[in-house]
Design a protein around this ligand. Structure first.
Ligand code: C5P
Length: 224
């Protein structure tokens, strides 16, 4: 039986991976499928939350019962999250966000006869949506970040997570390992959830649906 412990909570979840256009037909992107974020949105809705899913290039179907806003680039995601976060109780940034975007988007296809054997792309930093949420949050609003890292040493992985949760001022950080065969686009996931002080709250491993449930258990606790 699904507990209805999130009734009345307004939860915004971002999922997927942003794409940054290079020209009308090409982009820089990442391998996030959106599975973990979508699993959180589905589980939160089943537990009674009022869910808005902001999907960046999702590779999976979303049940029609979930309200989805589709975005492509990081700037579009930033605008959608900023708006949706205004009256959200919880914001969960599960999307893999491009840290950089091309400084210029070519109006027409970039041609190899114009560039020869080398092409240099100039990239500029994207805004950090999670850090902005952490700075501008209302009292009582809960901000959850994700940290997908390729670090294989558990202690160093935790150190990266602790530094990130402090830098981004989030209330919780879901740390998971990603790699060629781990994390992105896979069916299962293994995560460590840190609180705002960097202490371990839970460790969870299993299907993305079960990991979603464990993360929501933390958010449903009184005082979270
Ligand atoms: O710094 P890093 O990209 O590892 O942080 C990951 C977390 O920050 C994720 O929750 C991601 O959604 C969020 N993020 C963001 N804006 C960025 C980069 C990451 O909100 N520009």
């Amino acid at each position: 039986l699904v507990p209805k412990d999130l009734v009345g909570r307004r939860i915004v979840v971002s999922a997927g991976g942003t794409r940054e256009a290079l020209d009308p037909v090409r982009y820089l992107g990442n391998r996030s499928s959106g599975r973990q974020g979508v699993a959180i949105a589905i589980a939160a809705a089943a537990r009674g939350a009022d869910v808005t899913l902001i999907g960046a290039n999702l590779e999976i179907d979303v049940p029609s019962s979930i309200h989805v806003l589709h975005v492509v680039s990081t700037l579009e995601l930033a605008a959608a999250v900023e708006l949706a976060a205004r009256d959200a109780d919880v914001v969960i940034m599960a999307a893999a966000v491009a840290d950089y975007r091309p400084e210029r988007v070519a109006e027409s296809k970039i041609k190899k006869d114009e560039h020869g054997d080398r092409l240099t792309l100039e990239l500029v930093r994207n805004p950090d949506i999670l850090a902005t949420l952490g700075e501008s949050r209302r009292p009582g609003q809960v901000i959850v970040g994700f940290a997908a890292e390729t670090e294989t040493d558990r202690d160093r992985l935790l150190d990266l997570g602790r530094a990130k949760v402090a830098r981004k001022r989030s209330d919780f950080l879901v740390v998971n390992r990603v790699g060629w065969n781990e994390g992105f686009a896979t069916e299962g996931n293994t995560v460590i959830v840190l609180d705002g002080r960097g202490d371990i709250v839970i460790e969870a491993s299993g299907s993305k649906a079960s990991v979603a449930g464990r993360i929501l258990d933390v958010l449903a606790r009184p005082g979270a």
